[in-house]
Write a protein that binds this ligand. Structure first.
Ligand SMILES: Cc1cc2nc3c(=O)[nH]c(=O)nc-3n(C[C@H](O)[C@H](O)[C@H](O)COP(=O)(O)OP(=O)(O)OC[C@H]3O[C@@H](n4cnc5c(N)ncnc54)[C@H](O)[C@@H]3O)c2cc1C
Length: 594
């Protein structure tokens, strides 16, 4: 899409932003001075340029630590200069002039309001914990039942994109700030798709744009343990029963729900939320014992975290100070890698294998371990891929099948509802499964908080499902589409001819491949991506807030309602990177651009 068309397309979008600006940022602007931020602080910022995509020119900052009434930490242990002290004085004034709604959001979690529904949650993964935390934050009594005694999450760190963080911020700014503190920002670097074999960029995208546009934090990654820790703290250990399994539920005559655990113990509540994962028991009972078929993606994923850069070693093929995550494309396999901070890279190697990991290649006795098998499978791939595999300890590689469930709107049965992977499991290609659970939790708590006197619970659950179904289904479709795109990709005409071609035809195509003629499919693919990716990024990252109706847009942006718009500032609350706007753009003729 040309810059002109992009601008026209987003003109209407700018109007809603300006409304938000007037309500939440403009009062800060009246202070007419810069206010420093601490390392964890985020700040509000809007572009004054005509292009919605241009980096920010003017910044008005709110110091989050001043907002919560903490002292500014001394920078690098140095004493503060008088100008810094002057800024602190200004911060106090900012606090004094803060709009009432910002102050409201930072208030402590209210005590339990017995007039609101009592919420039981089956499952204490990301979905269960964030659901409980969101309901508690609205004053509801919550109890979480979690099967395991101790967490052992699969797959190392998790990526939280701007929509997930926006929803989390709308639920509880303190939890969001803890995530900013513990996470590693990747969304400020160059990210994109590359040719698996040559390692050349096929399409670079700028994940900062939906954040700048909507006052959302940049994409980050953080350890799943850290995320679960933060969410647990939000719920409170006293409200989580580890080592308990919800076996079934029943509705009582007085409109309540009773959850029965496998040890026979019963717990009564006003609502039961099934957050018990992709193989949900609650879902099965809700659908009269009907087993929901998991849809196998056709891929198994091998994942590990490796020591890739300083302080461990000097990286040779990717500069992690400039590159965040990369998706190396190839037929029947693809390789996704992301910096996760502290010199480590996390990667996912997706291999097309038959269902149930029944993979003759992978399970073949020739391999001592997964690492050797992967090194062989990616042997002809770009050095950047092989480098990551080489610096992995074989015992660190984990394996899992990739599945999702087809969208099915039956999320609610009277006062029981599904949330998270039990309702809307998606393939991991967009890094959105957990993010969608956070968005859903925000909406659910919002609807249940309207049930004063415990009235209208069933309607509230129906509204929750209505507000969330199309958004999660769209993300489901986009995740599937990106898997398809990742694997049908061929850079040059004649690359990877189909297995079923007769030998002479294969030979012909192999000779054609040597000519390195760009594959028409990849040329078209790049053109389509260059036109559509900014729109996709905006939809996934911010749901076209204010432009699309809420039931289609998701709940990423509570801008001006339950959330203060905020971005990180490079060099202040995000690293200062040696990157120019041009580094994020493709150069050359669409289709064969580099
Ligand atoms: C390879 C891979 C990479 C991913 N990367 C990302 C990413 O970068 N970003 C992102 O947002 N998402 C990502 N996801 C998706 C994300 O991990 C899931 O969407 C998310 O973890 C789902 O959370 P959940 O709580 O719904 O389910 P689960 O994580 O499965 O949790 C369910 C919990 O319920 C418990 N439980 C089950 N049955 C019962 C019962 N009967 N009673 C009590 N407890 C029970 C389980 O022990 C478990 O703790 C990824 C997924 C995969 C597979």
């Amino acid at each position: 899409m040309s810059t002109k068309w992009r601008d026209i397309f987003f003109q209407s979008r700018m109007f809603s932003c300006m409304e938000t600006f007037t309500r939440t940022i403009a009062p800060q602007a009246r202070v007419r001075r810069r206010v420093s931020t601490s390392t964890t602080a985020t700040c509000c910022s809007y572009s004054n340029s005509t292009s919605y995509l241009r980096p920010l020119r003017s910044m008005m900052m709110i110091n989050s630590s001043s907002v919560v009434g903490k002292k500014m930490p001394q920078q690098n242990g140095r004493r503060r200069s008088s100008s810094q002290q002057q800024r602190t004085t200004n911060e106090i004034k900012v606090k004094a002039e803060m709009p009432a709604d910002i102050a409201y959001m930072r208030k402590e979690t209210p005590p339990v309001n017995k007039n609101l529904p009592k919420v039981l949650v089956a499952g204490g993964g990301i979905a269960g914990l964030i659901t409980a935390a969101a309901c508690k934050r609205k004053g509801m009594e919550v109890t979480v039942f979690e099967k395991v005694v101790k967490y052992k999450p699969f797959g190392g760190p998790i990526q939280l994109q701007c929509n997930s963080q926006g929803a989390l911020d709308s639920i509880d700014p303190k939890m969001a700030e803890e995530v900013f503190t513990r996470g590693t920002i990747t969304g400020d670097r160059v990210n994109g798709l590359l040719d698996g074999v040559s390692g050349e960029w096929f399409y670079r995208f700028d994940t900062r744009q939906p954040c700048f546009m909507n006052g959302l934090p940049l994409t980050l990654v953080l350890s799943r343990y850290d995320l679960l820790d933060i969410l647990r703290e939000g719920v409170g250990d006293e409200n989580i029963m580890m080592g308990t399994i919800v076996d079934s539920y029943e509705h009582t005559k007085d409109g309540k729900v009773v959850a029965t655990l496998t040890d026979g113990t019963k717990y009564e509540g006003d609502v039961l939320i099934g957050c018990d994962g992709i193989r949900s028991k609650i879902r099965k009972q809700m659908r009269n014992g009907e087993e929901t078929k998991l849809a196998y993606a056709g891929y198994a994923v091998y994942t590990a975290v490796c020591n890739y850069s300083q302080p461990f070693r000097e990286p040779e093929h990717t500069d992690p100070t400039k590159v965040g995550y990369q998706v190396f494309l190839g037929p029947k396999q693809y390789f996704v890698s992301s910096d996760v901070g502290d010199g480590q890279q996390q990667y996912y190697a997706f291999l097309e294998v038959p269902e149930g990991n029944n993979d003759v290649y992978a399970s073949c006795d020739d391999w001592a371990n997964y690492k050797e098998m992967l090194l062989d499978r990616f042997g002809s791939w770009a050095p950047a891929v092989k480098e990551r595999l080489e610096c992995t300890r074989p015992e660190d590689i984990e394996l899992r099948d990739v599945c999702d469930v087809l969208p099915d709107p039956r999320w609610v049965h009277r006062n029981v509802a599904l949330l998270g992977d039990s309702a809307h499991a998606v393939q991991p290609n967009l890094g959105q499964g957990g993010g969608q659970a956070i968005e859903s939790a925000y909406v659910l708590a919002d609807e249940l908080s309207k049930c004063e006197g415990k009235k209208g619970i069933e309607l509230a659950l129906m509204k929750y499902a209505t507000r969330r179904f199309l958004r999660t289904s769209s993300i489901h479709g986009l995740s599937r589409f990106s898997s398809l795109m990742n694997t049908v990709y061929r850079r040059y005409l004649g690359d990877e001819p189909y297995d079923w071609y007769p030998e002479p035809v294969k030979k012909f195509w192999a000779n054609v491949a040597k000519l390195k003629i760009p594959h028409p499919g990849s040329v078209m693919g790049q053109i389509v991506l260059m036109g559509s990716m900014p729109v996709i990024l905006e939809y996934v990252g911010a749901g076209f807030f204010g432009f699309l109706p809420e039931w289609l847009a998701g709940a990423a942006t509570g801008n001006g309602k339950d959330r203060v718009p905020r971005n990180q500032v490079p060099g202040v609350s995000a690293p200062l990177r040696d990157l120019k706007p041009d580094d994020f753009k493709m150069k050359g003729f669409p289709g064969i651009a580099k």
